[in-house]
Design a binder for this molecule. Structure first.
Ligand SMILES: Nc1nc2c(ncn2[C@@H]2O[C@H](COP(=O)(O)OP(=O)(O)OP(=O)(O)O)[C@@H](O)[C@H]2O)c(=O)[nH]1
Ligand SMILES: [Mg+2]
Length: 318
C-alpha cells in the first residue's frame, strides 16, 4: 500500500492540517503522515495532532515574504531529510501570509525536482492589500517552479474571501482534502501507483506543455458534460467494474479504477479532473485587481496631516 505524506506549512497549513487529521472522514486518512513546518511557535496543531519543525531563531514572518527568505531553502531541505516524502505528497499552505507562502513553494520545488508525486493545496486570501500581494507572489513563485523545472503543478485552491467565514472555508477545504486522499493511493483495483503518478505529471507522458493544473471533483450525480474549462487529465474511480465508461473523452491522459471495497464516499463513481490553465487566467485578473488597489492606496494613504508645534531637539513640545 502506498504512503501519503502531508507537509503542513505556516499558520493556515498547520490549522487546517490538524482540522483534517482530527475531523476528516476519509478512510484513506489513516495512510497519511503529517508534519508541520513554520517560522513561529504561535501556531500549534489542535490536540497536538502532529509534530512541527520550527525554523531556528525565527519569530514568524509577519506577512513579510522577505523576513525569513534566506534560511528558508536550507530549513526546507533539512526538514525533508528528516521527514521523508511519501509515495504521494500533499503540501498544504496559505498563500496570503509569509511563511506558508514561501515554505510551500520551496517544498514543491524540492519534490518536483526529484520527480516525486506531489499535490499543492493552496489557500488564498484577498482581504487586504498585503494578502492579495502575497497571494499573487506566492502563485508567481509556484509558476516559476513549473517554468524552471519544466514540471506540471497539480493543485487545489480555495480562496478564503469567497466564503462568509473561515469556518465555512475550512469545511470546504477538509471536504476537498478527504476527496483528494481517495485518489492519492494505489489501493484501488486497476489504478496502480504509476497510473496515478503519471496523471500528476501529464506532460511527461503526453505531448502537452506543463501548466498549473487545478483539481476539480465530480461524482456520478454531477452532469459530467457540463465540465467547464479545459480538462487535460482525469482519474475516474467506479464502484462497479462494469460501470467503467468513456467519461471525459478527449483529455490528454486518463486513469480508470475500481473503488477499493467499501471505501471512498457513497457514490457510484468519483472523478478527479485536472484543468489545464484556467486558474492562471484567474490569477492574471487578480494581478490587475492588485495593481488597482495599490493605485487607490497610493492616494488614500499618501501622507498624514502634521500636528506641528514648536519642539525641542528631541521633538518634545513644551
Ligand atoms: N481558511 C483558513 N485560512 C487561514 C487559516 N489560518 C490562516 N488563514 C489565512 O492564511 C493567511 C496567511 O496566514 P498564516 O497562514 O497564518 O500565515 P503564515 O503562513 O503563518 O505566515 P506569517 O505568519 O506571515 O509568517 C491569512 O490571510 C488567513 O486568511 C485557517 O485556519 N483557515
Ligand atoms: Mg505565521
Amino acid at each position: 500500500m502506498s504512503t501519503l505524506r502531508v507537509y503542513a506549512c505556516g499558520g493556515a497549513g498547520i490549522n487546517i492540517g490538524a482540522l483534517w487529521k482530527n475531523t476528516g472522514r476519509s478512510q484513506f486518512l489513516s495512510e497519511a503522515q503529517f508534519i508541520g513546518l513554520d517560522t513561529s511557535k504561535n501556531n500549534q496543531p489542535d490536540d497536538n495532532a502532529f509534530e512541527v519543525e520550527h525554523m531556528e531563531g525565527a519569530r514568524g514572518g509577519g506577512k513579510d515574504r522577505g523576513e525569513n527568505i534566506k534560511p528558508a531553502p536550507d530549513f526546507v531541505r533539512s526538514a525533508l531529510s528528516i521527514h521523508k516524502p511519501g509515495d504521494f505528497n500533499i503540501v498544504l499552505f496559505g498563500a496570503a501570509g509569509a511563511s506558508g507562502g514561501v515554505l510551500g513553494p520551496l517544498i514543491l520545488r524540492e519534490l518536483l525536482d526529484k520527480n516525486i508525486p506531489v499535490v499543492a493545496f493552496v489557500i488564498g486570501d484577498t482581504t487586504s492589500q498585503k494578502e492579495i500581494g502575497n497571494t499573487v507572489n506566492c502563485w508567481r513563485s509556484i509558476d516559476n517552479q513549473r517554468k524552471s523545472l519544466d514540471a506540471d503543478i497539480v493543485f487545489d485552491y480555495v480562496l478564503n474571501s469567497t466564503y462568509a467565514t473561515r469556518g465555512e472555508a475550512n469545511k470546504t477545504i477538509v471536504n476537498r482534502l478527504d476527496l483528494l486522499s481517495v485518489f492519492l493511493t494505489d489501493s484501488h483495483e486497476e489504478a496502480d501507483y504509476q497510473d496515478i503518478r503519471n496523471a500528476l505529471r501529464v506532460s511527461r507522458v503526453t505531448s502537452v506543455a506543463p501548466s498549473l493544473q487545478k483539481i476539480n471533483f465530480f461524482d456520478s450525480n454531477a452532469d459530467l458534460k457540463k465540465v467547464e474549462g479545459n480538462p487535460v487529465a482525469c482519474i475516474s474511480l467506479y464502484r462497479d467494474r462494469d460501470a467503467v465508461s468513456a467519461d471525459f473523452a478527449g483529455v490528454a491522459y486518463r486513469v480508470t479504477g475500481v473503488l477499493s471495497d467499501g471505501k471512498g464516499p457513497n457514490v457510484d463513481s468519483l472523478h478527479m479532473v485536472l484543468d489545464y490553465d484556467r486558474t492562471v487566467k484567474d490569477i492574471i485578473s487578480m494581478i490587475a485587481e492588485q495593481e488597482d488597489r495599490e493605485k487607490q492606496s497610493r492616494t488614500r494613504y499618501k501622507a498624514a496631516d502634521e500636528l506641528g508645534g514648536d519642539a525641542d531637539d528631541n521633538g518634545i513640545v513644551i
